[in-house]
Design a protein around this ligand. Sequence first.
Ligand code: NAP
Ligand code: ZN
Length: 367
Amino acid sequence: MQMNFYMPTKVIMADNCVINHSEEFSKLGTKAMLVTGKSSAKKNGAQDDVIAALTAQNMEYVVFDKVMSNPTIACAYEGAAFAKANNVDLIIAIGGGSPMDAAKAISLLAAQEIKEEDLFSGNYGKEVIPMIHIPTTAGTGSEVTPYSILTNDAKQTKTSIAAPILFPEVALCDPKYMMHLGMATTINTAIDALSHAVEGMLSVKATAVTDVMAIESIKKISACHEALKKRELSLEDRGNLLYASTLAGMVISHTGTTAVHSMGYSLTYFKDIDHGRANGLLLAGFLRVVEKEIPERTSRILEAMGLKTVDELKVWLEELLGEKENITAEDIAKYSPIAIQAKNIMNCPVRVNEAQITEIYKESFGI
Ligand code: NAP
Ligand code: ZN
């Protein structure tokens, strides 16, 4: 048996954990920068809870609420300049994957001088500003991953900064912030988490431990399928999805993602399709290719979902995704050469070539 496991993030998942663990903030700094999207953190109560916790600990704070969905490199540099100008020593990310990923890049760029052309080089020093992450969607698992994924216009895709220094110190996870998350985002993010767990199972870097976490995550998400279909989620369902997405985040911290994510980035970059939805549109097509060569892995995934065939998985996903976008053969001809160059392709156990990627895109969109 061989096994490596590294998860330096302290995860606290509990009702009211932000208020009840306010000491976590003062252990790490004295002046915090809150990194959020435009409005959700203010509306769902998370920002108020953080401010109450900081006040209880006599800490100062500033707010940077300019993170857009699929954050840009410019946003990360702007945030880093803001962090430096305000001399902050703690970064608190509140939001979905976009603010959490932006916060990681900000924490790196505020602590180290890194030129834009070297941003994705992987050659970084050790300094970062410590981070606490508070997820308000249940999907990306970014609160427990060492990845910051930014829109990369030079390459017309999304590219990951990946470095162990980007693991947040603490993740405070409370499903109450998700009670009013819209159903489209709820479904898309749940599918993102499912995709992380499934791709983790199919990665060449999967281990016995990541498999256990991935199976648990897949089961919890599957148990919410009916609620997601009905578009009625209880707090318990929200809690299960958050647990599942954090677990799946731990999985991809070890395994990385695979071709599904590489291919999904083009759908997001060129067609503005939400990240999780993009993965969901491609997942069954990818499994169909993989199934031919490693049927036992595919069966374990399907069994955990209570399904027997990839066709059933396709239906399972379509019931949540609804009508698909119109993607043409010309679109696909543009996306395939981009997807084949992504680093995550190397994690695929069945090494897919460009022609197979084109086939998966075509099958996924009925072309
Ligand atoms: P998101 O882009 O962070 O947020 C989507 C939308 O949901 C935004 O409009 C946001 O509003 C809103 N929102 C967030 N929380 C809410 C809440 N509790 N209630 C109501 N509205 C809420 O979406 P995401 O799917 O979570 O993140 C996607 C990003 O994560 C992509 O850039 C993807 O590449 C990345 N990602 C990262 C990893 C990783 O390991 N680092 C893994 C997978 C995906 P506001 O803008 O107002 O906040
Ligand atoms: Zn993802």
